[in-house]
Ligand binder design. Structure first.
Ligand code: ATR
Length: 266
């Protein structure tokens, strides 16, 4: 007997350029699963939740601006997502909605491919949702952190939550750190000639969570300084792969997802 198709969606606003449908749908096809992931525009979290229940959607991939505002509408929330205060994944278990955050493991896995995090010191540039997920993830690895942000108040609020230092965006204060992580959208398509930093210490590792373009201006500058770089592709893929497993119960075909993502940039 053919099972009824399970419907998932990536939700947020704007949503038109999301890569999530392409990579999730390719992965469903690869494993022969009767699933589909659509893109649906929502700015109102309550509307998104009401539609999930009414249409019996299986899962949501949640992006801006809903990652925090949707939390009060959920029935259950996974401990990591609760600690961070942001979800990027919701699964519908017989009408009960549970929220997860897969950005954390996505970022940490991507970093660990390149560097052993033990006893390392990292500067996180930015204090938004992505910075929050990464800061909590790195704190779990017992790393020393410095949050630098344009708006000092926001840096302070995040630093108080994760128990670390904070400052304005200041190159002097980055000396002696092993890793610099950009979590701001600076350098993202279409404004690709911008970089949040120009002064990059020699010998550090630079991670930019922006993945479009794959090599941002910041990463180009870092390479010129002889630094190792990590682009945002790994984080995006790993958060999607964990999300896929939450939706389907199956391990994601990572190579298929990576291939589709890379082809979308050609
Ligand atoms: P996300 O959830 O994707 O992290 P966000 O919550 O909007 O997105 O956060 C964006 C981050 O990028 C913020 O830290 C923001 O700094 P402010 O707190 O000062 O707003 C930072 N950011 C955005 N545009 C910036 C710019 N032009 N210069 C410096 N920082 C910028």
């Amino acid at each position: 007997m053919k099972h009824k198709q399970k419907i998932c969606a990536v939700i947020g606003y704007p949503i038109g350029h999301s890569m999530s449908p392409a990579i999730h749908n390719a992965a469903y096809s690869k494993l022969g699963l009767n699933f589909i992931l659509k893109a649906i525009e929502f700015q109102d979290p309550l509307k998104a939740i009401t539609e999930m229940i009414e249409n019996n959607y299986t899962g949501y991939s949640v992006t801006l601006p809903l990652k925090t505002s949707i939390i009060p509408h959920l029935d259950k929330i996974h401990s990591i997502a609760k600690e961070i205060g942001a979800v990027n994944t919701i699964v519908n278990e017989n009408g009960k909605l549970k929220g997860y955050n897969t950005d954390v493991n996505g970022a940490i896995k991507s970093l660990k491919e390149v560097i052993n995090l033990t006893k390392k010191k990292a500067v996180i540039i930015g204090a938004g949702g992505a910075a929050r997920a990464i800061a909590f993830g790195l704190k779990r690895e017992r790393m020393e952190l410095l949050i630098q942000n344009r708006t000092l108040e926001k840096a302070k609020a995040l630093a108080l939550d994760v128990k670390c230092n904070f400052s304005e965006i200041n190159p002097e204060l980055r000396k002696g750190f092993d890793i610099i992580i950009n979590t701001t959208p600076i350098g993202m398509y279409p404004k690709i000639d911008r970089s949040i930093l120009t002064e990059i210490p020699k010998g550090c590792i630079v991670f930019d969570i922006v993945y479009n373009p794959i090599e941002t201006k910041l990463l180009k500058l870092a390479k010129k300084r002889g630094c190792k770089t990590i682009n945002g592709i790994g984080m995006f893929l790993y958060q999607a792969a964990e999300q896929f497993k939450i939706f389907t119960g199956k391990e994601a075909p990572l190579n298929t997802m990576r291939k589709v993502l890379m082809e979308s940039f050609i």
